[in-house]
Design a protein around this ligand. Structure first.
Ligand code: HEC
Length: 115
């Protein structure tokens, strides 16, 4: 009986630990590649990691999506489909990443979400 209880408790701890762990790609983000593609795609004209420019700081975006299981999927869509955003009061199409490679898009999204 006690062994079963212990096993259940251990299971609960493991589930909790998994849900608290940073997003799965935290260890797998290629930071240099992400930054290079962001730069090439002009993202850093409107965004910086820590400071709001025309666009919100990537740290703020990471905080906004923290703990949301579908964050990666949402941002991949956001960065590949040219969604409308308000920039200085004007409606514009948001810049898309300059790549057709989904792994590269995911890498940038992972980079933003782990700021
Ligand atoms: C011309 C300025 C501009 C450029 C260039 C730009 N962004 Fe943005 N971005 C914005 C603005 C403004 C918002 C806020 C939109 C809103 O909250 O409605 C935004 C929002 C975002 C968001 C958050 C979306 C959300 O759901 O909260 C992400 C992620 C993002 N940008 C990434 C990028 C990346 C990556 C690039 C390069 C491909 C990029 N941005 C280029 C202005 C820009």
């Amino acid at each position: 009986m006690n062994a079963i209880k212990a096993a259940l408790a251990l299971g609960a701890v493991l589930v909790l630990a998994a849900s608290l762990a940073p997003a799965a790609y935290a260890a797998g983000v290629d930071e240099a590649a992400a930054e290079a593609l962001a730069k090439k795609s002009d993202c850093l004209k409107c965004h910086s990691v820590a400071r709001d420019k025309d666009g919100p700081a990537y740290k703020k975006i990471a905080a906004k999506y923290k703990g949301q299981a579908d964050a990666e999927q949402k941002l991949v869509a956001f960065l590949t489909t040219g969604q409308k955003v308000k920039i200085e009061g004007r409606e514009e199409e948001h810049q898309a990443l300059k790549t057709k490679n989904e792994a590269e898009v995911r890498n940038v999204v992972g980079w933003i979400l782990t700021r």
